[in-house]
Design a protein around this ligand. Structure first.
Ligand code: ADP
Length: 233
């Protein structure tokens, strides 16, 4: 079953009156349970691709279906709800809110979701269960500037999981981490994937890509090759 379907995706930027084509007729699918790495030279369009297919950025033309819903046609409010309820995001720069504790950052998407009818205590229990799984219960009440980069990224993984997303998109999730923290974060993402979570991530790190089930190579805004690291799930 495809979680993500991308058809003839084009994305261009208008720079000083000139149209810059960044993505040109990109086509691919991601099935449930895959963990796909996007690799390619700097400036090849990896982040643009990730942001375009995850509904964070608009596209110029084409079709992007997440769980059978074409996000290209969605109004901003509908798209915002889809991002909140069905998608998890992990970024290199993490983007946690400074005035909230680690726990409050993690549970915020569940508190905001209109689909969720749990009370705050039920949400908190799930948040704590995720934090226990990721080994960060000891920083539950800390501010975000009191924890290490590796702990913060594990907290971001908890936040990305809190609404049980259909797919997680990650932009260089280990890019700001040292090798030890990077290995730990990848171990957690691999565990999530082993338990059925679909993940698409951008990386330039071959050690990170090697942990994925499939690697797609993007050059000059198009997929120029791919290989499966393990049999598809
Ligand atoms: P990568 O992630 O592979 O390094 P990006 O997707 O960030 O590449 O960028 C691809 C190309 O798109 C680059 O040439 C970059 O300069 C251009 N680009 C990215 N964002 C914008 C923007 N907002 N406006 C104009 N050009 C952009």
């Amino acid at each position: 079953m495809n979680i993500l379907e991308v058809r003839n995706l084009c994305k261009s930027y208008n720079v000083n009156g000139c149209q810059n084509n960044i993505l040109e007729n990109v086509n691919f699918n991601i099935s449930k349970g895959e963990m796909v790495a996007i690799m390619g030279p700097s400036g090849s369009g990896k982040s643009t691709l990730l942001y375009s297919v995850s509904g964070l950025d608009s596209v110029t033309s084409g079709e992007v279906k997440i769980g059978n819903k074409n996000i290209v046609k969605m109004k901003e409010k509908e798209l915002a709800n889809l991002r909140l309820d069905d998608i998890g995001f992990i970024f290199q720069q993490m983007y946690m809110l400074k005035n909230l504790t680690i726990t409050d950052n993690i549970i915020l998407p569940a508190v905001q979701s209109k689909k969720n009818n749990e009370n705050r205590n039920e949400i908190l229990q799930r948040g704590h269960a995720l934090m226990r799984k990721l080994g960060i219960m000891e920083i539950a009440d800390n501010d975000i500037n009191e924890v290490s980069g590796g702990q913060l990224q594990r907290a971001c993984i908890c936040r990305s999981m809190i609404n049980n997303p259909k797919i997680i998109f990650a932009d260089e999730p280990t890019g700001a981490l040292n090798r030890t923290s990077s290995d730990e974060v990848m171990e957690e993402l691999t565990k999530l994937n082993d338990n059925g979570t679909t993940i698409m991530l951008v990386t330039h790190d071959v050690k990170v890509a090697a942990k994925c089930t499939r690697v797609m190579y993007i050059v000059d805004g198009n997929i120029k090759g791919e290989h499966n690291c393990y049999p598809a799930p």
